[in-house]
Design a protein around this ligand. Sequence first.
Ligand code: CP
Length: 314
Amino acid sequence: MKNLLSISDLTPNEILSIMDEADRFAEALKGREVKKLPTLRGRTVFTMFYENSTRTRASFETAGKWMSADVINISASSSSVKKGESLRDTALTLKSIGADALVMRHPSSGAAQHVANFIGDTAVINAGDGSNQHPTQALLDATTLRRQRGDLSGQHVVIVGDILHSRVARSNAQLLNALGADVTFVAPPTLLPIGVENWGVRVSHDLDAELPSADAVMMLRVQAERMNGGFFPSHREYATRYGLSKARHAMLKPDAVVMHPGPMLRGMEINYSVADAPNTVVLQQVTAGVHVRMAILFQLLIGGHSASEPETHA
Ligand code: CP
């Protein structure tokens, strides 16, 4: 792998290799007072965020720093992008400064692929592009789910909400299908993309009917910033039909888990107290995100498996 642009570029073995690597990093960090591994000493990682982010940006920065890389954050809102500099010129500038990897979030689908096409030997990691892909989110979701429930094969994962605008749903459907999980999308018809029947998932509009058989339910944020029309009558009606209320939470099997990529809109797609329930693994997802991003930076910048190179985790 030179870049990580899309889950569709990965084989099931490559997906599992990243998840296994993430678990090895988690193990290597366990009980350490000083979380610093020498793995990426001398490597330089730039994060380029053209959209807001808390989790993805902070966990990439943490992942790089815990592996001793130099991590520099570039935010579009405080960079020369504001003066009119193009994405191409910005990316080439950071490469010329010495970037070994660019971690990119951009509102336009295909932006990371576009940079990868001209950037040469600098690694490009897609940290979310429009409504297209969020591969590191899907990898951390799968890692969390496997840590909670074991092998993903045959597990029923119900993904609920704004599928239309969700790069998380697209990446998760591809990854979960690759690992043999059964995926059901639950959404109002207006929030489903054209061609969803070709995504290899089941589609339902009845959340109550799906919850009793779910091993995991993944609630999605309603992405108001990508909506330019009325996709549902009101927030209240959306919450009533598609929100994970206390009553719906009680329909889940005792060992089912509740997931959310964040940021959560409590009271909209998820009830306030359900967001803090013992089987809600939102914060475990965040923690797994650091391990997964360590694994990805390691595999792209060093290559191979760290288990055979114990000094990288020493
Ligand atoms: N899940 C996710 O991508 O969160 P951020 O937008 O905070 O990075």
